[in-house]
Design a protein around this ligand. Structure first.
Ligand SMILES: CC(C)(COP(=O)(O)OP(=O)(O)OC[C@H]1O[C@@H](n2cnc3c(N)ncnc32)[C@H](O)[C@@H]1OP(=O)(O)O)[C@@H](O)C(=O)NCCC(=O)NCCS
Length: 102
């Protein structure tokens, strides 16, 4: 087996928060975010092992700031540890106002 670096599995997903993704406060729903994170994690893990994967468990998720309707969501995932047949995937998520830099 060839060793692989964490950076080899780096996966960046970008999504736009649309009305169907929000709760009554106009913020991105946690469930929708976790759905996107699940896909980003799977893509990253598959990059590492070259095989299909499933999510076995989730360690910890905390939502520190709301992400608003119209914001862009960035999800960065990479494999941070591999075991016999399982992997640990670390993710960073942040929202961005698409007009913030203009
Ligand atoms: C994850 C799953 C394949 C594990 O099956 P299993 O029969 O327990 O398999 P094993 O005991 O051989 O474990 C395989 C590996 O998974 C790890 N594992 C199993 N359950 C785990 C859990 N809850 N959390 C973290 N790792 C877990 C084991 O430690 C083992 O890792 P290792 O080979 O690196 O030591 C099985 O529980 C499953 O298919 N779950 C449903 C997954 C799914 O559908 N996810 C979508 C979201 S619902």
């Amino acid at each position: 087996m060839n060793p692989r670096k964490a950076s080899d599995s780096l996966t960046i997903m970008t999504e736009l928060v649309l009305p169907n993704d929000t709760n009554v406060f106009g913020n991105l729903m946690g469930g929708r975010l976790m759905y996107w994170m699940d896909i980003a994690a799977a893509l990253s893990a598959q990059k590492h092992c070259n095989a299909p994967v499933v999510t076995a468990s989730v360690d910890n998720i905390s939502f520190e700031n709301p992400i608003k309707l119209g914001n862009v969501v960035h999800i960065e995932a990479k494999v941070t540890r591999s075991f016999n047949s399982s992997m640990e995937v670390h993710m960073k998520v942040w929202g961005e106002r698409p007009d913030a830099s203009v």
